[in-house]
Write a protein that binds this ligand. Structure first.
Ligand SMILES: [Zn+2]
Length: 503
């Protein structure tokens, strides 16, 4: 892609932003109008000046299929600045929703999370990611009135690991009276397969992201990152966060990575390194399953403990890394399939890291989906490809009730439709959460740093916020943030992609 075309797109993004500010500035009152125009002009001038910042060189964004695609390139500070600047509107929108979730569930204020980020996480973050996080704060400041500093950004990056891993550990440690009911989350359904399991004998990987709809509807960024050091990456993500975090990513050395969380995981190491920084580093620097494992284990803090599903396009090998804190296990094969739906299976991990989890209760969401994955993968052995993966991510068969019904037990989760909720993750009845988007890829696509992605429920059904809130007043606190979640089309993205300029 020529630098010239990139500049055109980057510039048109800026002009679009400026135009928007002018529109917002219109008012019927002349005096207010003049004042607004003046403010808008100042903002536009500031934006244009910031837009000339050399750190933005080569970066651009565009929107497609409900997703925002951003290309970031350069040294760590530039990657961050581009991220903060190009995604300023999305960060300004996502930050209050993420903050509300973190403070509501933990009964801790934002100052607590900022302080934790500053004193516990920041000192152990690699210099390159410190620079990138600082860059996000600066890029954001250049383009928005949101007054966030780097510790706000670090706390936001830790939105999975601090509320549901660190805080319950801290409450126990401090013997807090009446602590809130916090559980590690059950995020996602996924599989990776290779050899005789797939149609072409090569790797197929697929994942849908389960989270609350408030955050999930904002988890709509495609990051194409070309760092100065390490491998180029393409991954989905949430604005403001340096790791994919749900996670789904591919790097230019052939690694294909995803995960599902470990239900009822307990534990935290305050001296460890933040999970979001390890996960980002592993995608950026690992060229093999062994290297990936090594980076994830280095300084493991127990935060956001996952069952990682990994494929290496170069060797056609796939692996599952069950990363507990006290124990972990790596399985690998060149002919097999690994599925994930939030259940641990290694006896040591089960005993030491998830003492409350019952792998035999087939009524619970993780185990019901485990049964369904086994059925689907076995039935389709030798036929697995991206097209089939898309269908599986939208599957609505409840293996416990043995019938079609979108609920908390189906691969495509609709917990808002379940009067049971998911108690083991502290999701109360009709909790507005479930599968919020899906992605899939194979070895051939990974070679082009490419994957398909669909925003909204992978089955194609849309969620209506107003109707939901009217029926479930318990969730009224989410009203300022909870929005409709329309399902988009399955859309293909690849690194270096740029839309044809519209004239
Ligand atoms: Zn569905």
């Amino acid at each position: 892609m020529s630098d010239g075309i990139r500049r055109v797109v980057a510039l048109s993004v800026l002009l679009l932003g400026t135009g928007l500010l002018w529109v917002v500035g219109r008012s019927t009152d002349d005096e207010a109008n003049a004042k607004n125009d003046q403010d808008a002009t100042l903002a536009a001038n500031r934006e244009q000046a910031a837009g000339n910042d050399p750190r933005l060189k080569g970066s651009y964004r565009y929107e497609q299929g409900g997703w925002v695609y951003v290309h970031l390139e350069g040294d760590p500070a530039s990657l961050g600045y581009q991220h903060g600047f190009l995604l300023a509107p999305e960060i300004a929108d996502a930050f209050p929703a993420i903050k509300a979730n973190m403070t509501h569930s933990t009964q801790r204020d934002w100052a607590f999370f900022r302080e934790t980020a500053r004193t516990m996480l920041w000192p152990k973050i690699d210099a390159e990611y410190q620079q990138e996080l600082q860059g996000i704060a600066e890029g954001l400041k250049a383009r928005s009135d949101l007054n966030l500093d780097v510790y706000d950004i670090v706390a936001m990056n830790a939105f999975e690991e601090l509320p549901d891993y660190y805080v319950p550990w801290l409450d126990k440690h401090e013997k807090a009276a009446n602590p809130p009911n916090l559980k590690s989350p059950g995020n996602c359904s996924a599989f990776v397969a290779t050899g005789s399991w797939t149609k072409d004998g090569k790797i197929v990987i697929a994942h849908n992201n389960w989270t609350n709809y408030m955050n999930g509807e904002r988890w709509r960024i495609i990051f194409d990152i070309e760092p100065k050091s390490g491998y180029r990456m393409i991954m989905d993500g949430i604005p403001g966060v340096i790791a994919s975090d749900d996670d789904f990513g591919i790097n230019s050395d052939g690694l294909m990575v995803t995960e599902t969380t470990i239900t009822q995981f307990e534990g935290w190491d305050p001296n460890g390194k933040a999970e979001f920084a390890r996960a980002r580093k592993a995608l950026q620097y690992a060229g093999s399953i062994d290297e990936y494992t090594k980076i994830m284990l280095d300084g493991n803090n127990g935060g956001y403990a996952n069952d990682w599903l990994i494929g290496d396009r170069k060797t056609n090998e796939v692996a599952q890394l069950e990363l507990g804190l006290k124990a972990y296990k790596l399985w690998r094969t060149k002919d097999g399939a690994f599925a994930g739906s939030n259940w641990a299976r290694d006896p040591k991990v089960l005993k030491q890291d998830t003492p409350q989890f019952d792998p035999n209760n087939l009524e619970t969401s993780p185990n019901a989906r485990r049964v369904r994955w086994e059925q689907l993968l076995n039935e389709n052995k030798g036929k697995l490809d991206v097209e089939l993966a898309e269908k599986m991510l939208g599957d609505h068969f409840d293996s416990f009730q043995k019938k079609e019904e979108a609920n908390e037990r189906t691969l495509c989760g609709h917990v808002d439709a379940s009067p049971r909720g998911v108690a083991i993750w502290a999701w109360t009845q009709n909790y507005p959460g479930g599968a919020v988007q899906g992605k899939a890829s194979d070895s051939a696509m990974a070679q082009k740093l490419s994957f398909v992605a669909r925003m909204g429920h992978p089955c194609g059904e849309s969620f209506q916020a107003k109707t939901f809130l009217a029926a479930h007043p318990d969730y009224a606190w989410q009203e300022p943030y909870l929005r409709d979640m329309p399902a988009g089309p399955w859309t293909e993205f690849h690194a270096g992609e740029i839309p044809v300029p519209q004239h």
